[in-house]
Design a protein around this ligand. Sequence first.
Ligand code: PEP
Ligand code: MG
Length: 568
Amino acid sequence: MYNGIAASRGIGIGSICVIAEHELKYEAKKIEDTESEQKRFNEAIEKFKVETSEMAEDIRKRIGPKEAEILEGHLVMISDPTMAGEMSKMIAAGQCAESAVEAVCDMFIGMFSKMEDELMQQRASDIGDIKVSLLKILLGIEDIDISKVAPGTVLVARDLTPSMTSQIVKENVVGIITEVGGKTSHSAILARALEIPAVLSVPDITTIVKDKDTAIVDGTEGCVYINPEGDILSGYIIKREEFIKKQAELKKFFGKETVTADGVGVELFCNIGTPKDAKKAVECDGEGIGLFRSEFLFMDNNHMPSEDEQFAAYREAAETMGGKSVIIRTLDIGGDKDIPYLNMKKEENPFLGYRAVRYCLGNRDSYMIQLRAIVRASAYGKVKIMVPLVTCVEEIRAVKEMVSGIKDDFDEQGIAYDKDIEVGCMIETPSASLIADLLAKEADFFSIGTNDLTQYTMSVDRGNADVAYLYSTFQPSVLRSIRQIIEAGRNAGITVGMCGEAAADPLMIPLLLSFGLNEFSVNPVLVLTARCIISKWSKEEADALTEKVMALSTEAEIVAALKEASKE
Ligand code: PEP
Ligand code: MG
């Protein structure tokens, strides 16, 4: 058995497909027969064109025209006579095709990356992609097409990039195992959205397994079995059936209110990344959007989205939710989230650097565009503004001042908006937690971001596997922090929500009910699970368990006590 991080619940049993990372090594030899080398090169170019246009067509159909444009750009570049012409000249002079491709691409990359213009910078990275693809063809390296893996596949990779994950066909992939990534990495979030069991950060797994090995992926417990013994396999087949049955039983919670066993009502919202996800939230019976991660709008673009583009996205989410709350978090960039066209400086400590609200307040022209778009969208539903990574009162005051200026402008210009639009704070830093009483006087609501609150409170990088053993929301310090944030919010009479992944954790739910959390915001696929668990706890039972747990000294003791009392 191999242990890792339980990143997406459920049990997957299937046949392994390893996604290998290839080294593009070759011997740069002098060529005598330049004619046949030129032929080999021409054939590679043709193959590249055919494969690229097929991929672009597939992406156009499955994802959208915008995503396909990048690959279509590659086709235009390789068809330009300059680049291929230069390569041919080098081959004619006796260089092998591989070194001609590498030298000419590197020359163009060097030239474009020196230019200030964003588009030119992008071109440099496009040529980098072309180089890798051409070298793979010349060296006969076949990449696995993830979208074409057979039904019953368990994907094993060092890491799954968002583009790899976007190729996954849910019906064919029964499990995911990676060597890196934590509970809140993007691959984990995507695996949960696709409802594929996933275990991440399993050391050296890509070298331990081989294609066609049988794997059990226990995404609930965070462990993996390779070619398991008969009794382990049969035990897991039963466990898998039970899990599937439980999921089916959850359906009876569809359309029901979210209440505790003794009738205390709470709100159960969803976390989304795009306006289209709002449909998923409705389909999964979410009662609102507790976190719209607006940075995806920026990350999925090759330019800064204009006010109108952003307005259209926020309005779509507001209209889809039909008057239910839609909390839009303003640009949370930096840390592990880069946007190439913003040309952000490389930092020694990006998680402690110029990011989120700090970056936005330092770039007010673009922040103004986003805030205007959100305020405009408030005319079409119950839109709220949420500010990420707040550490001091001045930050929330500054954002509120900008919003108030926008309202004055809109009044003058006769632009419609919701005059009562709320501005809330994400509480995800120890500083915000310690001054929660002061922030509660300024903010209309709080939402606790436990993913970052855990990272900063425990001083552990949330994506670093070596310190993952410390990254737990059940650490006494993190639990105390959560308790006091909720208390400060309640004392001030504002709503306190939680949009970090902990809000959906079955072990955490009784504690949050006892602390008095008003709103839980979870991945849409976990709405019914969360509603079911909330329904099993009375306030009195949750309080008794919480009192016992909050007196314990270690994370291990706390988790053990919560597991023992679990009603799952
Ligand atoms: C959080 O930090 O808990 C959160 C919800 O935000 P993100 O995961 O996007 O940093
Ligand atoms: Mg965060």
